[in-house]
Design a protein around this ligand. Structure first.
Ligand code: IPE
Ligand code: IPE
Ligand code: MG
Length: 234
């Protein structure tokens, strides 16, 4: 079985560059190329939704020159984003976007409206995103509804909260891949990962290839997912 919804933490770009004797920014640029390859490979594999972690809420606290390099890189990706639109990808950004320069907010908005009718891969890019931010924001929306009298506090359940989270209507992630050798979630989709299969690899993101994706999908295909139940009788 191919995962319907694949989520990826694209880590290891800076280290890849350092190993090659290059500035960290070269690793981030190479990471974009890797993402392009994996988007194509995901479509070839029949994956319906791909959600990638590009920049976390905590990444804002990196040295200013690295943050500005990342913002500059983001701003230079118009043609790559337009290419996705042509490939029938439906693009969406999640995260606290008001923290980004106006030009980037406009670019995100433009790409979302341009691709909103595309029926190919649903590609979500998490920028300025944090799982805790997402949950706190959803709580705020529900609190407002209670204040306005359209929702009873005692009616709030998991479905209400889930509905207000950034990934809203997408199916729960089936498989998480983290490249770069760390075994942690780093404040990614905290709510959504409850029953996601977790796959960690030492491969640094710029080196991540369709063959690596294939290996992860093969690993996923033999997982026995129980969701707290017991295995179905065979
Ligand atoms: C992940 O790569 C992408 C971003 C956080 C922007 P890193 O920049 O964290 O690369 P490493 O982990 O330092 O190698
Ligand atoms: C996670 O990587 C965030 C992204 C890949 C965008 P980090 O490099 O920020 O995570 P830590 O610091 O290793 O936990
Ligand atoms: Mg990192």
């Amino acid at each position: 079985m191919v995962p319907q919804h694949l989520v990826i933490i694209m880590d290891g770009n800076g280290r890849w560059a350092e190993h090659a004797g290059l500035p960290r920014s070269a690793g981030h640029r190479a990471g974009v190329d890797a993402l392009q390859r994996i988007v194509t490979a995901s479509m070839d594999q029949g994956i319906a939704a791909l959600t990638v972690f590009a920049f976390s809420s905590e990444n804002w606290y990196r040295p200013p020159e690295e943050v500005s390099g990342l913002l500059e890189l983001f701003g230079s990706l118009r043609s790559e984003l337009v290419e996705l639109a042509g490939a029938s990808v439906c693009l969406r950004f999640i995260g606290a976007r008001t923290a980004f320069p106006r030009m980037l907010q406009r670019l995100m908005h433009e790409m979302e409206s341009r691709t909103s009718n595309n029926r190919g891969l649903q590609l979500t890019i998490a920028v300025g995103y944090g799982g805790r931010w997402d949950i706190a924001r959803a709580a705020q929306v529900l609190a407002r509804q209670v204040q306005e009298g359209t929702l009873q506090a005692s009616d709030i359940d998991e479905a209400h909260l889930q509905e207000q989270l950034s990934l809203g209507e997408l199916p729960e992630p089936d498989l998480l891949i983290r490249s770069g050798g760390e075994y942690r979630i780093s404040n990614y989709l905290l709510w959504h990962l409850a029953y996601t299969e977790l796959y960690f690899t030492d491969v640094l993101w710029p080196d991540y290839s369709p063959a690596n994706l294939h290996a992860a999908l093969q690993w996923y295909a033999v997982r026995k997912r129980r969701f707290g139940g017991i295995p179905a009788p065979s």
